[in-house]
Design a binder for this molecule. Structure first.
Ligand code: GLN
Length: 430
């Protein structure tokens, strides 16, 4: 409230920043100085950030107001927000259902009007999939568009900061503020940042759109999701735009490639949590080795341990070439395949997730089934390209369906324009 009053004063004096008074929430993986940061893990119990990450600092510098921290899956690993030391997040429309993950709290907070914008992270769909389940907009920008300084690392060659809101315009305003070079993160692109919010109403007279034929015909797709995507494609066709089916033969390798590389990187990134430097330390340890073992066994939840074990396995001397090195090569081919699509088409369209929000506990005992929920979302992370999920109607139970639009590297302006246009067209046809 104090900050709001100070910003009110700035507005009166005409000195307010671009995001004056914008209420935002932060996923519990983003550093905000003086505030607790746990990545929803027992491992970081009692940890307080000593600095504010670059992206968050840029929002504060433009007079946004941080309203609070948001629950997520532990270390951003999950697709249902059931893996949190703080307990599961519930869907705002039906408490028996999940909000998606890992940024589930961030999606629900926007859906339930607790904040106007949430900042999450998307390593394999963690912004887009919960956005789809909760009926809001969720953007994962191009890899390297936004600094990750002050973002808890999960899988560094995939991790992206992403944005939730009900409005594409808000997403554009916030992206514009957060994106761009950062002297303390050498992985950020130096490409200039366009004024996304200004160009959002500009549209092309026609578009070339590809959709994944196999995805639309897949048995794992909920019929209502298929119908919704087809309806939207028909709306595009009715505008006279090119709408064509394509095949991506490497698609069946996308999930395994992701789950090999992401777990390998996670096992390396999470080795820093040793019970010595951060957070939780087991009281039962009696020497250095048992301090590591007990702190990590008690501090990390089951899913995080599973990922560390998997990642350590694929990086081990005898399997490195068979899994890790191989997955790196396949990743390059997958990226090439997607890049080829954008030589002909402006956007690739597919469902964000194969189903709408599922029941809590539904996939709890079957991790592979849970990983399948990421079927369509991990593609953009494996390739590094930007993608956005926008609402696209509801299923027979009134649960939101998400439509995913994917574009070529650094085409966020076009992607946001098109997302806005698609939402406007939906309103016209409704
Ligand atoms: N569900 C995916 C995973 O568990 C994506 C997570 C994410 O994007 N942070 O790895």
């Amino acid at each position: 409230m104090q900050r709001a009053e100070a910003i009110d004063q700035k507005i009166k004096n005409k000195t307010a920043g671009k995001l004056a008074g914008l209420v935002i929430g932060l996923k519990d993986v983003l550093c905000h100085e003086g505030h607790r940061l746990q990545a929803c893990s027992r491992m970081l119990e009692g940890f307080v950030s000593q600095f504010t990450g670059t992206a968050v600092q840029r929002l504060l510098d433009e007079d946004a107001i941080v309203i609070g921290r948001q629950n997520c899956d532990e270390f951003a690993m999950g697709s249902s927000n059931e893996n949190s030391a703080f307990g599961a997040v519930k869907h705002a429309l039906d408490e028996a259902r999940v909000p998606g993950g890992s940024s589930g709290g961030s999606a629900v907070a926007v859906m339930a009007n607790m904040c106007r914008v949430s900042i999450g992270s998307d390593t394999g769909g963690s912004v887009r999939q919960p956005a789809a389940f909760c009926g809001v907009v969720g953007l994962k920008p191009t890899y390297a568009r936004i600094s990750r300084h002050g973002l808890v690392a999960y899988a560094s060659s995939f991790d992206c900061i992403g944005i939730f809101s009900k409005s594409v315009r808000d997403v554009a305003c916030v992206l514009e503020v957060m994106a761009g070079a950062d002297e303390v993160d050498s992985t950020v692109s130096r490409q200039p940042v366009p004024a996304y919010a200004n160009v959002i109403d500009t549209t092309q007279s026609s578009y070339r759109i590809a959709y994944l034929r196999d995805a639309l015909e897949s048995d794992s797709l909920q019929p209502a999701v298929r119908e919704a995507v087809k309806r939207q494609l028909d709306v595009f066709r009715a505008k006279g735009w090119v709408v064509e089916p394509i095949a991506l033969p490497l698609n069946e390798y996308v999930l395994p490639t992701y789950y090999i590389l992401a777990t390998a990187e996670a096992s390396s990134n999470l080795s820093r949590y040793d019970g010595v430097r951060y957070g939780y330390r087991s009281p039962a340890a009696h020497d250095l080795a048992s301090l590591y073992k007990k702190s990590r066994a008690e501090g990390f939840g089951k899913e995080v341990q599973r990922r560390i074990l998997l990642g350590t396995y694929v990086l081990s001397a005898s399997y490195y070439d068979a899994y890790y090195a191989q997955a790196q090569k396949v990743r390059r081919l997958i990226r090439q395949e997607i890049k080829n699509v954008f030589a002909t088409y402006d956007f690739l369209v597919m469902p964000t997730a194969p189903t709408t929000a599922f029941l809590r506990g539904q996939h709890r005992d079957n991790p592979v089934e849970m990983y399948l929920a990421d079927l369509f979302s991990v593609q953009a992370n494996v390739a590094g390209v930007p993608a956005i999920s926008i609402p696209c109607g509801v299923d027979e139970s009134g649960l939101p369906i998400g439509l995913q639009l994917v574009a070529d590297d650094f085409r966020e302006s076009e992607l946001l324009q098109f997302a806005n246009l698609a939402l406007n067209l939906q309103q016209k046809t409704a």
